[in-house]
Design a protein around this ligand. Structure first.
Ligand code: BG6
Length: 295
């Protein structure tokens, strides 16, 4: 904790003991507030002044060194899903990341920089910029002598009014793997609507996605660079009940729109090469480009 405190900026960045006794970094920019745990370099909150939180956090989340936090933005690296019996979604979300710098940017945003401690022949940094939007940048550099292949994902949980009235637009015409049907399909709908468990990996897409929420009267926009995959997930009823760190009814108030490079879009870096994934999350008053109120 004391080592972290050197990065405090009075009135802007404070570091204290958070849930479960884990250190938490609280940030106040000119436009917004945010909360980040070095455990997983996990953004657990982002809220523009005068608006509802953009990120969903489960009230049942554990805050322990041994488990991932449920909600916010888990950083998924170096693999997505389960791999040969190893920890699901990689170890980055379980690691205690080093906070290496904090700064106030000229226009009143705050930037935090984290580094993943590792003995492996790669360097991973994660920058979080808190301003009128939330900007996250995950950089991976291959410092070894052999090619390095990995998957990444910024597994963002969004807070919404009601999943049954939500639309997720921007993926029409995109190929996806449906995990539940175990089938490869192409999105035909102008927007994804939800009436059951949904778990899809959209591939070869750099598209900006709009989360259109007529209940909270806002649209959230997810734009990205260095990402070819978008995962859309809602656990619905039965899976919510199976997850110990998730409330039975919480599926109604969240959706995950995850940006990264997974499965056939995994990244291979030559020795010395670096990749950069950026995701920007912003929000606007409700707009209805696809008639989502009509359903
Ligand atoms: C999603 C996956 O990205 O993450 C789902 O597509 C998975 O299959 C979900 O259930 C949550 O994973 P976890 O490991 O955080 O429970």
């Amino acid at each position: 904790m004391n080592a972290l405190k050197i990065h405090e900026i009075p009135g802007r960045v404070t570091i204290s003991s958070g849930n479960g006794g884990l250190p938490v970094i609280r940030v106040r920019s000119d436009f917004s507030t945010a909360e980040i745990y070095p455990h997983g370099a996990h953004v657990t909150g982002f809220q523009k002044h005068g608006e509802a939180p953009l990120l969903f956090m489960s009230a049942a989340s554990e805050f322990r060194a041994e488990t991932p936090i449920r909600g916010g933005v888990p950083v998924i690296f170096p693999w997505f899903g389960s791999r040969g019996g190893m920890v699901a979604h990689g170890f980055a979300r379980l690691a205690e990341w080093d906070l290496v710098a904090t700064s106030v940017l000229p226009l009143g945003s705050i930037k935090l920089s984290f580094q993943l401690p590792t003995e492996e022949p790669y360097r991973v940094t994660f920058d979080v910029t808190i301003g009128s939007s939330l900007i996250m940048a995950l950089a991976v550099c291959n410092t070894g002598a052999a090619p390095f292949t990995f998957e990444t994902c910024l597994h963002t949980y969004f807070q919404i009014g009601d999943i049954r009235q939500l639309r997720v637009a921007g993926l029409q015409g995109t190929r996806y793997h449906d995990q539940l049907l175990a089938a490869d399909l192409t999105e035909t709908a102008d927007a994804i609507r939800f009436s059951a468990e949904t778990d899809r990996t959209y591939q070869d897409t750099a598209a900006t996605v709009a989360i259109i929420d007529p209940v909270l009267d806002r649209s959230m926009i997810v734009s990205k660079t260095g990402s070819k995959s978008t995962v859309v997930w809602n656990p619905w009823i039965a899976k919510s009940q199976r997850m110990p760190d998730f409330g039975d009814d919480e599926y109604l108030r969240m959706v995950c729109v995850e940006s990264g490079n997974v499965s056939e879009n995994a990244v291979t870096l030559a020795p010395g090469e670096e990749s950069l994934l950026t995701v920007e999350v912003s929000s606007f008053p409700f707009t209805d480009p696809i008639g989502s109120r009509a359903g």
